[in-house]
Each structure stands twice: as C-alpha cells, then as structure tokens.
Design a binder for this molecule. Sequence first.
Ligand SMILES: [Zn+2]
Ligand SMILES: [Zn+2]
Length: 351
Amino acid sequence: MNEMARSASMTGWRVRRPGPIDGGPLDQVREPVPEPASDELLIRVLACGVCRTDLHVAEGDLPVHRAGVVPGHEVVGEVVAVGSAVGATGTDDRFAETFAVGDRVGIAWLRGTCGACKYCLRGSENLCPRSVYTGWDADGGYAEFATVPAAYALRLPEGYTDAETAPLLCAGIIGYRSLQRAQLPPGGRLGVYGFGGSAHIAAQVALARGAEVHVMTRDPAAQELALELGAASAQGAADPPPVQLDSAILFAPVGTLVLPALEALDRGGILAIAGIHLSDIPALNYQRHLFQEREIRSVTANTRTDAREFLALAGEHRIEVTTRGYSLGMADQALADLAHGRFTGAAVLVP
Ligand SMILES: [Zn+2]
Ligand SMILES: [Zn+2]
C-alpha cells in the first residue's frame, strides 16, 4: 500500500457516548490510517455528507453495531491503496470492478450483503438480513481516510464538486429508489410530499424524465424552491394537488399525510413511503383511500443497481444540490446544527 498513507496518522471522529448531540457524543481522535483488507480500497476523503442517519447513530436512536464507530456514509474520495484481491473474480462477479490508485470513488450506506440468501439471489439485496452499513457496522467518512469493499465502491459522475457529489450518495440514491418504487408512468403526474434533500433530488430526476411534478410541503421556502426547479405546482403539506396523481412519494415522516396522498391518487396510482421512520398512519377508508387499485409501498435502503443507475443519471442530467460546508474539525457542530434545523441544504464535511 501507499507508503505515505501507511506511515501517516489521521484525524477523525468516533461516537464514544451515544446520546443527545448537545451532550457531545463524539470525540475527535488522532489515530493511524486504516489498513485496507485484501478486498478493500483505502481512500483519502475529499468530502463527506452529514445525513440525518448519522445523527441517529450519534444519539443512540439506532442500536450500537460497532462500538466507537466513525460515522459518515456519503463519502467522496480518491483511491490511495488497493487491496491485493480487488478485481479478482469470486461470488460477486457482477461487481468485480478494477480500481486504481487515483480513481475518484464514492462510499455509500450499503457496504455488504451475503450474496446467497433468497433476497440477494433475486436482486433485492436491499432486503438482505445480513446486510452491513458504512458508519454503523464499519467506520465511515468522518475522517481523513476510510476503507470500502471494492465491490461496494461507486464510480462517480463528472460535473460536480466533491461537496456537491456527497449528498447524491444517500439522499440522491434513496430518492431515486423511492421514485422507482412509485413506478411513475412515462410523462406521468408525480406528487411529492415533503421537500427536503432526498425529495428535491428525486423531483429533479422525475422532471428530467418528462414527469409533471406537484409538491406538497408546509415550508414556504421549499415551495418556492420546488417552483424554481420546475414543479408544476406547490402547496401546503395536506392540500389537494390541482390534478389527480399517477404516483406519489411521501418523504415527510408524517403518517397522517398518507390519507391526503392516497386521496390525491388517480385509479391504479401508487404511493411510495420513502422514510425509515413514519409516525402512525390513521385508519384508512377502503373506498376513499384504496379501492380502484391504489397501492401503498414502503422503501427499504437501496441496491447497488439503484446506486449505479442514479449516479449515471446524475452524470447525464445536471442536478442542483445546495450544500453547506463545514471543516472536518466542525463535525460535531454540523450534527448539532442539523439536529436544531439551523441550515437549509445538505451539510458536507470537507478536510
Ligand atoms: Zn443476502
Ligand atoms: Zn444517509
């Protein structure tokens, strides 16, 4: 491996005391640069997005999987060392890509699946019960260097800065999978409920594919942004859109919005629910909310195919991403600002 990296130490952040962010659950550490395993790449981190899931890890909302983990799963970096077995064929031949020192790659949330269970075998690796995740089961990108299994490293689109690329790796990929799950017909009418990071990227993908997009959000600034990006209409969170929808995606973690979203669907319409968490859904009325073959679907993580398709699309169609930069040394502040809603756009750590 690269001699410079081997001899160096690095700074990073570890979640030492999971709990409220204002209590300081993370410690800044100075430690040796990690060694990549034979199937891994070592990358120098150029930017790492700050996702709400990192906050769930720091605050202990998610159970501890790796004690003292380095958070961060929207990692843009440059390969500085390649494990000896990378590129060799094995059980995961579809993804046995070759990487070289100097390549620009991304590390996302999904970093391992078993490859052998019925879900993996049918192309639904997002449902693998043995899946593992960056910044939860393994150290992530709140550090100067990070490792990733080469089979889960992602090639990145051109035309974006490192900071702009980082939010594409979680918000972007999940928004894309949600759009796929909503099965919008070509040229169809899409309803978007809630308009944060993931939603505003998914809306831009839908618009690039010729959809008519209607946005429902309580935030006037988000309504304005939706119209600027090309939405046909923007209104309050539970307001009926001006037309019946072919598909809808619920990004806001608000179960009560399932009812107006289903009511807004045309016959055969699909509502995809994007979040990991959703408050309780009130009782449904079969005739008003479901009859005429309307459907509700959940969205669980993503497959590597979703990630590759989305990043290819982002290379073809310019997606506007609003970022707020923090130095790596300010990671705890970035998480606190996220918790308290002190900025708009996506926070990104840059070394
Ligand atoms: Zn599996
Ligand atoms: Zn995330």
